[in-house]
Design a protein around this ligand. Structure first.
Ligand code: NAD
Ligand code: MG
Length: 331
């Protein structure tokens, strides 16, 4: 067999030399690419912790920083690409859980972000503000109780003032306290759930409309509970159905004004809400195990949905509810 002649040209020597130089001088680039390849192909069933989880409980509203394992809100993983450059967002419950994941993602996509939370959540909120500022974006901390009508109205004004306008409102804060029987739900508890989940959504949306120009968006966090309610989340599930419904009526009302209104319907997600009265200890230990993924979702896994719904490129999506529930509980 005739072998091809070995021709060593100046160009081929240079090519070999530069390739080996690249490999030795920039191993991190190669490693990063490799990592990116394997990240793309990551198995979602093994990507995050599975049950059984350790017993744990915190007083409401709970802190993400005290959970075991700590939730992933995308702190080290979310990468932006300017999808929300120059936008101004107010996110309620922005200290932890889905709101925190959205806050981090929005800042990395180029938005300035104001977050609301309860005063007890200051340690979580401080971390979020630091992460927003690390992106060179404005981070505004606006603590306060959303059950208070006057506070809701002031919150929107304070956010718009601090951000120099408002074009994204994320109604994400929520109260969930499980109760085995309707007799166990006191009037006060029922009232608190309604005020936090429904009244605040109504009041903040109404107040925000003064500031929202065509192209603005409103996003609600609803839940699989809107469609498939659990027997021990009666009052909470009612509110999530209401918020889902509000999303659809408001999309019709605001569509002609160029304002889009959408919702996110998470399944079981590993957040403080669940360890501060939202789930029984028994449910918590097995949390998410009954989904096809065999595990709960992490807030980081929903960040891109909040981004997508706010992205001006999704300009024809309104009145939609996007789910992320590990394969179960959808309408
Ligand atoms: P989370 O505890 O991290 O967030 C809820 C936030 O609501 C708290 O951080 C708190 O700041 C805020 N909040 C509660 N009461 C408030 C009040 N009176 N005033 C001001 N803020 C108040 O938990 P999360 O799971 O990320 O919750 C975010 C949203 O997701 C909620 O609307 C919740 O109903 C919804 N959701 C959660 C799950 C889940 O499994 N974790 C599933 C479906 C929907
Ligand atoms: Mg919180």
């Amino acid at each position: 067999m005739q072998r091809p002649p070995l021709v060593t040209t100046r160009r081929s020597i240079l090519a070999v030399a530069s390739a080996s130089l690249a490999a030795s001088a920039f191993p991190s680039i190669a490693q990063t690419l490799q990592k990116k390849d394997s990240a793309t192909m990551e198995d979602p069933t093994t990507k995050y912790p599975k049950p059984p989880f350790e017993k744990q409980s915190q007083p409401f509203p709970g802190l993400a920083s005290k959970m075991n394992p700590k939730p992933d809100h995308g702190e080290t993983s979310y990468k932006g690409s300017g999808r929300l450059a120059g936008r101004k967002a107010l996110i309620t419950g922005g200290d932890s859980g889905m709101g925190r994941a959205a806050a981090i993602a929005y800042a990395r996509e180029g938005a300035d972000v104001a977050i609301n939370y309860l005063p007890d959540e200051e340690p979580d909120a401080k971390e979020v503000i630091a992460l927003i500022e690390k992106e060179g974006r404005k981070g505004v901390a606006l603590p306060g109780d959303l059950r208070d009508q006057a506070f809701c109205e002031k919150l929107v004004e304070d956010a718009a003032k601090a951000l120099g306008g408002l074009d994204i409102l994320v109604n994400n804060a929520g109260r969930q306290q499980q109760a085995q029987a309707i007799e166990d739900i006191t009037y006060e508890a029922f009232d608190a759930t309604m005020k936090t989940n429904i009244y605040a959504t109504f009041l903040l949306t109404k107040a925000a409309l003064k500031h929202l120009k065509p192209g603005s968006v409103i996003i609600q966090t609803t839940s699989v509970q809107a469609y498939d309610p659990s027997e021990d989340l009666v009052d909470y599930a009612m509110t999530k159905a209401a918020v889902m419904n509000f999303t659809k009526s408001m999309a019709k009302q605001l569509g002609p004004k160029g304002i889009r209104v959408n919702g996110v319907a998470p399944g079981p997600i590993w957040t403080p809400l669940q360890v501060s009265g939202g789930a029984t200890m028994e449910k918590l230990q097995k949390f998410g195990g009954d989904t096809p993924m065999g595990r709960p979702g992490q807030p980081a896994e929903l960040a891109s949905i909040y981004v997508q719904l706010a992205d001006p490129q999704a300009s024809y999506s309104t009145g939609q509810v996007y789910g992320a529930a590990g394969g179960s509980g959808q309408p």
